[in-house]
Design a protein around this ligand. Structure first.
Ligand code: IMP
Ligand code: MG
Length: 189
């Protein structure tokens, strides 16, 4: 399954992920009771997580997506992120849950949350399947987290390396041969 030079060490089985996503759905259903929240997925990484999550909701949910890009491979400046596909729902007065695959430095989600807050949602909450706090570069509060995984470059269940491995049903840590590494790719939203 892995490309030549790559090995993938299992970190989370499909069953572990599904059980945790179901728990998050329960928690979100309680917390958003009486509301019709907008679940705003960050493409491409969150597409599987979001589609599993909404099917565990016990209340009506609307779904939309944003897609982000950063200039350059190893940028760390939040000023170099841009929206390449914006959300199309009006967020004014709404309860919005941003659904992200993984938070690393936190700069991407921090940047996005600031822009979304300017659109006047009544409530803006942040949800990430994986929190990787070791390299955090900003003060970012995540309201909902599936798993805390301290380090490593993770692939599967929507997470990619160079657009590979998103389709894998579990999550694993990608190890590289001597001549390759994720360097700048860790920064790509
Ligand atoms: P941040 O701005 O450093 O928090 O980067 C967030 C984005 O980088 C995520 O939305 C992912 O798309 C990507 N990313 C960060 N870490 C990983 C990883 O371990 N595997 C795959 N993508 C990652
Ligand atoms: Mg992402």
């Amino acid at each position: 399954m892995a490309e030549p030079g790559h090995t993938i060490h299992p970190v989370l089985t499909p069953e572990q992920i599904q059980a945790r996503v179901a728990e998050l759905g329960e928690q979100l259903s309680r917390d958003f009771q009486g509301e019709e929240p907008i679940f705003l997925g960050v493409l491409n990484g969150a597409f599987i997580f979001l589609s599993d999550l909404v099917r565990h909701m016990r209340l009506p949910v609307q779904v939309d997506f944003v897609r982000l890009a950063s200039y350059g491979a190893s940028t760390t400046s939040s000023g170099q992120i841009r929206i390449t596909k914006d959300c199309e729902l009006d967020l004014t007065g709404r309860c919005v849950l941003v659904v992200e695959d993984i938070v690393d430095t936190g700069l991407t989600l921090h940047w996005l949350a600031e822009r979304l807050r300017a659109r006047g949602p009544r409530q803006l909450k942040l949800c990430a399947l994986i929190d990787k706090p070791e390299r955090r570069q900003c003060d970012l509060h995540l309201d909902y987290v599936g798993f805390h995984i301290p380090r490593g470059f993770l692939v599967g269940y929507g997470l990619d390396y160079n657009e590979q491995y998103r389709y894998l049903p579990g999550i694993g840590e990608l190890h590289f041969g001597a001549s390759e590494g994720p360097q700048g790719h860790e920064r790509r939203p």
